[in-house]
Each structure stands twice: as structure tokens, then as C-alpha cells.
Design a protein. Sequence first.
Length: 195
Amino acid sequence: KRLARLEEELDRVSQSEPPWPPRQYYATYHLMAGMVLGLVASAASLLFNIVGAAMLNKHPLELIRVYLTFPLGEKALTLDSGFALAAGCCLYLMTGTIGGIPFYMILTRYFAGTSALVRFFAASGLGLGVWIINYYGLLYWLQPALIGGNWIVDQVPIFVAVTTHLVFGWTIYLLSHWGRFTPPSLRGPGQEDVE
């Protein structure tokens, strides 16, 4: 009798809880994967900028100097402090980590079943969209309103800003298969939770 009661209780508990692992889109998992891939993608775009700045005979962390004008104002353009530039790199990577969340979630939610070419164009469009929104929707008026200058929009050439955002998007696109979650309802024989 006791065994029958325990089995009934176990059946009630298993019916009341949601199934594990999730059967459909697993938002929390994709949020975390987006954070990790956003960090990697922002590191790739920062490395791209360091190499590009060196090729153009500029300070390797010129982008970080300009990026730091948002909290520090014009004095950030002449920064040579290793600590300040390292803190700027950390802020840049943190911004990419947060930015990777919606980027990756959009790619996995709405473009999961599409061809590689469609996902590539979606990632490119998302990268360009983030650039337009950041530069001309937010920074163009926000930085002057808060700090009194428009250094990010004025100091970063358009081709640098565009390619930086494209490299971010393309990196997430190229690595998105690392974070893919396949629900059991869509899994084939022998597939595990994470591809």
C-alpha cells in the first residue's frame, strides 16, 4: 500500500511540474548562450579594431578611447593609462555580452530553420540595425545631452563602425551552432540535448 501511495504521489508531482528538458524553445538557455557568444563576438570585434587601428597607424585601442568618451568626455581621447584602457576593454566586452542576448535569441527563435545564407543575411541585418540604432538613434543625441559632445559619432569613421558591428554579427552567426539547444520533440535518434 505504501509503495502504491508513493507511486501515486510521484505521478501527481510529475504531472504538475513542467516537463524537463523543455519541449520547445528554451529561452533561459538561449539567453545564457547569447551572453557567452556575445562576449566572444565582442572580443572578436575588438581584436578586429586593434589590428585595423595598427594598420592605419593609430593607437591600437583608439576605439576604446573613443568608447570611453561616453562616461569620461573629451579627456578620454588622450588616455594612456593602462588601467583606464583595460577598464574600457572590460566595458566593451560587457556591452557585447549584453548585446549578444537579443541578437542570438532572434537568430535562434526566428531563423533557426532557415538556410545558412538566410541566417548570414539576418546576422548582417541585425548588425547593421544595431549600428544604426546605437549611433543615430541613441548616441547621436544622448551623448551631447549627457556629456556635451558627440565624440563617438564624430570620431569613429562610418566604415569602422559598420564593420565592427558586422564582425560582431558574423561571429555570432558563425558560432551559433555551439549554443544550439534541440528540444526532445525535435531530436533525432542518438542526438543529445546540445548539438
